[in-house]
Design a protein around this ligand. Structure first.
Ligand code: PAF
Length: 326
């Protein structure tokens, strides 16, 4: 397994494999890998000849008040897990996207910039910072946005998030040049944003949504679960329980769900989470592709119910596709 930190070397690796007739898959991650990530990697390995996993804690998707600086990292553990799975390359860039933190235009002052590795001064080229040309120090300022899809749901509380994701994912696509990229359905809005960017900007990449992985008791797998207290961990099951009730109701209802029934079902999920001590951010039933909210579910219609809720200070996401997959 090759560990690559330089963008040009990454591109050369990918181009060499493609030139030899091998298909390349990419799994973008921010590291601290759990079983959910590893299921994406397995999916990618099954769909390509060679697989690259990127590990990059992306400053562009964190607001200044969020936990970028303390985001958990476990480089050695991640590399070991990926090697065991038979991943062919890991791309670990240092300064893929440099975000200007202060309001002022920066003149290369490192204090004003957030990079992937706050403790590190190495630029993307891995050359000593003193020898790097001035432009490698300047903050990036170009963003990719999916105008409609990134409105609502998670954007209500994290308005900066999806443009940060879409921008860095576009860069990863340009650098890694994969044929296939795998994203988890756990981050449903993210998956749809990336698919829309790929469609709208004509990236020749098949973006695959891999099924959401659950713990045996139903909790959706997430790096954040580790931060739940034992009580919150137990109470948070109200989310997956509520979603399962709705999913079963849709599956067994031959006449679909009218406006009032669907509204009641959504209210039930909200109440279940609140009574378990959670703070609901949203519970919404939406079209699977556009994520526009739907008010009714005619028989045979497909939709997705998306939930975000906080238990303690841990914000959890979960969702259930209703009536099958789009
Ligand atoms: O889902 C994630 O871990 C991140 O949002 C991603 C896709 C790696 C982009 O930074």
């Amino acid at each position: 397994m090759q560990v690559i930190t330089d963008a040009k070397a990454m591109r050369r690796w990918s181009q060499a494999h493609r030139a030899a007739g091998r298909s390349v898959s990419l799994v973008p991650t921010m590291g601290y890998l759990h079983l959910g990530h590893l299921s994406l990697v397995k999916e990618a390995l099954s769909r390509s000849d060679v697989c690259v996993v990127s590990i990059y804690v992306n400053p562009a998707q964190f607001a200044a008040n969020e936990d970028f600086g303390t985001y958990p990292r476990d480089e050695q553990g991640d590399l070991r897990k990926l090697k065991e799975l038979g991943v062919h390359a890991v791309f670990m860039p240092e300064r893929l996207y440099v975000v200007e933190v202060c309001g002022d235009k920066t003149d290369g002052d490192e204090e004003n910039l957030r990079t992937n590795s706050p403790a590190s001064n190495s630029p993307e080229t891995n050359s000593p910072v003193s020898n790097s040309p001035p432009e490698t120090k300047a903050a990036h300022e170009t963003y990719v946005t999916a105008e409609q899809l990134q409105v609502g749901l998670c954007s209500k509380t994290r308005p900066h998030f999806f443009r940060g994701v879409a921008t860095v994912v576009a860069k990863l696509f340009n650098i890694c040049e994969p044929d296939v990229a795998v994203f988890g359905k756990k981050d449903y809005q993210q998956l749809r944003v990336v698919q829309r960017v790929v469609r709208d900007l004509d990236f020749a990449i098949d973006v695959v949504g891999a099924p959401l992985e659950r713990e045996t008791d139903g909790l959706a797998m997430s790096s954040r679960n580790a931060r739940l207290t034992a009580d919150h961990r137990a109470n948070a099951l109200a989310i997956s329980r509520g979603l399962l009730v709705l999913k079963n109701k849709v599956a067994t209802s031959h006449r679909g769900l009218d406006e009032q029934t669907l509204a009641n079902e959504v209210r039930e999920i909200r109440t279940g989470i609140t009574e378990a001590g959670g703070e609901v951010d949203y519970v919404e039933v939406c079209d699977q592709e556009s994520l526009v909210p739907v008010k009714t579910l005619p028989a045979g219609a497909k939709a997705v119910c998306l939930v975000a809720a906080k238990f303690g200070d841990v914000r959890l996401l979960d969702n259930a596709e209703l009536g099958g997959e789009a």
